[in-house]
Ligand binder design. Sequence first.
Ligand SMILES: Cc1ncc(COP(=O)(O)O)c(C=O)c1O
Length: 410
Amino acid sequence: MIDVAAGGAQKRRMTERFTGSFTQQEPIPEDGIEAALAVLRHGRLHRYNTAPDELSETALLEQEVAAMTGARYALAVASGGYALGCALRAVGVQPGDTVLTNAFTLAPVPGAIASVGATPVFVGVTEDLVIDLDDLATKLAQARVLMLSHMRGHLCDMDRLMALCDAAGVTVIEDCAHTMGAAWNGVPSGRHGAVGCYSTQTYKHVNSGEGGFLVTDDEEIAARAVILSGSYMLYERHLAAPGPEVFERVKYHTPNVSGRMDNLRAAILRPQLRDLDTQVERWNDRYRAVEDGLRDVPGLTVIDRPAPERYVGSSIQLLLLDWAAEAVQEVLRRCAARGVELKWFGGAEPVAFTSRYDSWRYAESVPLPRTDRVLAGLLDMRLPLTFSVDDCAQIARIIRAEVSAVHQRG
Ligand SMILES: Cc1ncc(COP(=O)(O)O)c(C=O)c1O
């Protein structure tokens, strides 16, 4: 007997098409638009251009970032990449130094290291998509600084990482471009190392087009970062910076490498920061809908999230471990034909945002076979909040059907 209902469901799995946009974020909230209009109307966009007794939107934003993360000091800057370079300078990295960083990250991370004349040394990635702490342990003697990228939102065992780095005297700078709002064992990402850096670029967790923050508890790092960012001698207008006596110690020795944030972006960001926790829950509802739909698909691995990790599911990663490259590409093509955009970290050539440690030819690298195996099977997908939970369930059905079809053919 033919089961008509089952046949219909099977047909839907093989024909339905997703029509949403993987690059469309939500609009700026109305209170952000109102605040931006107020800045445009008074015209004082530069952060140090304030009326008597006025506190700039940028200074207020910094105060709120410090409160949100529990950091003593916060600085708003022009981009996440700028925050990374500024942090490296502020902790004292010099041209010719080596800096440890993840082999699995995006180009602005080794780029920030190269921008200060330093050389990245790449540390491998595990199948859980976090930095390989065993590989790190063998490389700690090579550098004084680790720029740790919480790539695609995956936090490693931060307690073990900090114990290793503290014992070796290695300063940790956290790249939290994908982890604003995340935490390990209740400690916000960005608050384990000496400096935490965040991005507020459109695809991140708060959106000002371009922008970034850094946070720290160290008064000299904070003062140097403020001067580096282009404060001239107006640092007393900051509300989340150390006192003038700390600036007195560093001001003659710290260059100005301008990369300030402006009041327009700060105005847009302040209401978004207030909404961050709610947005995290919405992202995670969508993440779980995709994750649930993709459990137990032969050949496909979803990444288990450890209990101490509070993550922000603004993107999801899937592994087709040990698949032939042609089969992975076939999955990508078939999903794309049904409206589902997956990125692949295994391609030989860098494409759009996706590149590999051996694509960055300005930085020498030694082959990392375990990392290469993971990257060869690594798929990545954004989950913008403009998708509904039902959209996410549909996306999962499509991926499931296409992965299964290619896998069954062997
Ligand atoms: C992992 C990672 N770190 C740093 C950055 C740099 O952020 P921005 O684009 O704000 O310079 C990005 C941006 O995409 C990123 O993905």
